[in-house]
Write a protein that binds this ligand. Sequence first.
Ligand code: BTN
Length: 273
Amino acid sequence: MASAALSSLAAFAERWADANTRRRIGRALEYAIVIGSTNERARELLVEADGDGVVVVADEQTAGRGRRGRTWQSPPGRNLYLSVALVPALAAVDAWRLGLATALAVAGACEPVARVDLKWPNDVVAAGDGRKVGGLLVETMVESERLRGAVLGIGINVNWLRSEMPADLRERATSLADLRGASVDREELLGRLLDTLETEVAAVEAGISPLARYRARCSTLGATVEVQTADGPLTGRALDLDSSGALVVEDGDGRRHVVSGGEVTRVRPAVSA
Ligand code: BTN
């Protein structure tokens, strides 16, 4: 079972190389059976070579990285772990748009398989119970005012069932296969994702903001949240995203806080009347 899954992703990479020479995202697809972190490899590609548009995908990561210094559990042959190396035609002040656009691309690719929402800023969650299906680690390289490069790191729990996850993770995570009630074709999902990324990145570079569409899919808005900010935890109601994608939270005293680099750790959904 595991070896069939492993070889199918490798075979996808081979087929892809023959058929997709005209595109930007995935103009080259670098496949690894096992790697430390696809983000690390994509970063190397940007530093060492003309890595723009190259995608690194692996069947397993031994040092998968999550946001805020966490690890990203990456068991072999079940999920998708990939990173896109980019030299974006984008001002550094607009770099935040890449994160929202990447989240929309992941949601769009997952859509035919399961209903997912977006949790601010970088999570893809199950519609309904909010368990995490995927996460993004977008890393940018800024020099002066210029965005010299970006790595769009994406991890999606595809066929790693909740029953196989460690107990602590099972509480807050799920997989597309769990949501669908059947296994999911990783290669089809990857193909769709490369297409949605192509579209979303092109739109951002053309000056089209992903903000309105992200807002519409963001289940964090309207919910009572606890956010870990640089100044400590903040509890309140998530009102909106401001024009730079930051979360606007109203605390119990009616004060508004704008949170740009935080992490929502707890969400109580909005109660409908
Ligand atoms: C998070 O939710 O904390 C972000 C998780 C991002 C994980 C992906 S897996 C592929 C890529 N390589 C990494 O080392 N991390 C990202």
